[in-house]
Ligand binder design. Structure first.
Ligand code: ZN
Length: 335
């Protein structure tokens, strides 16, 4: 069985061809550069860029794999959550292929694909905790099984990745901001600025990051923004983010009476080396394995869409789908 999948929910256009055993025949990720000069993703430009590139990378993927469209058994695409323009381009394109080839079309939830991605390269036992940290989401889930995934808490304002980007913008660093802040922070003093940790000590598993951004904005107005300042504030900010995430994970571990044997950290922000180190320390302290998806499944990609199709939806055939920019996991069964 071969799956052809498309991811287009934000600013990555990606296609993948994978078989039932998870073997990848081709995987192409095209990162749209156009948003750099605007300091963030412009939805209208993202949809146009998806439309321009999708056919080309599909042809390339087929050529690379030596396969034909008629060899594909299932067509899958991200149908939410995400930017509606991108979702419509990717899902309509893929649905058209499925109609043309008279094969099933499978709508995939982008968050579920992120959550299932570490199952590709790890042996995971349940119950399992998952921290999802991306540019659009910050959420903690408990997985009791592959189809029993419950949201425990999420951000009430900005996502972690969004906070990184906004702080980078305040400091005059380029977009995407995560990598820039990580680089500057290496040489900074993380104790230099005492930043607020909103909701960190609250008794629930929700997050809040917008106050942190405001606080950095105020501090920046009182200081000369030179290299030393940028390094120290980046390090202090990263430390603060790490404190918040780790304290919530510890709370989640305690909530399940230490029955959880592993935690996976998924999404693009999980690439941050400093945060990874904090998660490793948390793992050691609590005797819990910290797991990650394989490198090419960290940021947005079509391989995780194909993988989610294989493990979750291979029995579903539903051509009457809706794209949903706010598709939540508990709505999955509505399809
Ligand atoms: Zn994502």
């Amino acid at each position: 069985m071969l799956v052809f999948s498309v991811e287009s929910s934000c600013d990555e256009t990606s296609v993948c061809i994978m078989n039932k055993e998870g073997k990848i025949f081709s995987h192409i990720i095209f990162s749209q550069e156009i948003h750099k000069k605007y300091g963030g993703v412009v939805p209208e430009l993202a949809s146009r860029a998806h439309l321009e590139i999708l056919q080309d990378i599909t042809k390339r993927a087929l050529k690379e794999s030596g396969l034909n469209l008629k060899d594909i058994d299932l067509f899958a695409a991200t149908c939410g959550p995400g930017l509606i323009g991108g979702l419509l381009v990717g899902s309509t394109f893929t649905k058209s292929l499925s109609i043309g080839m008279q094969k099933p079309f499978i709508p995939i939830n982008h968050l579920e694909a992120h959550i299932l991605s570490p199952f590709y390269n790890n042996e995971i036992t349940f119950p399992h905790l998952c921290l999802l940290i991306t540019g659009g989401h910050t959420q903690i889930y408990i997985l009791n099984d592959l189809d029993n995934i419950k949201l425990l808490g999420e951000t009430i304002d900005d996502a972690v990745g969004e906070a990184f980007d906004k702080v980078a913008k305040i400091l005059g660093l380029s977009y995407p901001g995560g990598l820039e802040i990580e680089k500057k922070a290496v040489e900074g003093d993380e104790k230099f600025f005492k930043l607020p940790e909103p909701l960190a000590k609250k008794g629930n598993l929700n997050f809040s990051f917008s106050g942190l951004k405001t606080s950095i904005n105020l501090i920046s107005k009182k200081h000369e923004i030179n290299d030393k300042f940028i390094k120290n504030i980046s390090a202090s900010f990263q430390k603060c983010i790490s404190n918040i995430l780790v304290s919530k994970l510890e709370m989640a571990i305690k909530n399940f009476n230490n029955k959880v044997s592993s935690i996976s950290v998924v999404g693009g922000v999980a690439n941050n080396k400093y945060l990874k180190k904090s998660f490793e320390n948390l793992g050691k302290k609590n005797k819990i394995n910290i797991l990650y998806p394989t490198n090419y499944m960290m940021s947005d990609n079509a391989a995780m869409i194909a993988w989610a199709t294989i493990i979750k939806y291979s029995k579903l055939n539903n051509i009457n789908f809706k794209t949903n920019p706010r598709w939540q996991l508990d709505e999955t069964k509505n399809f």
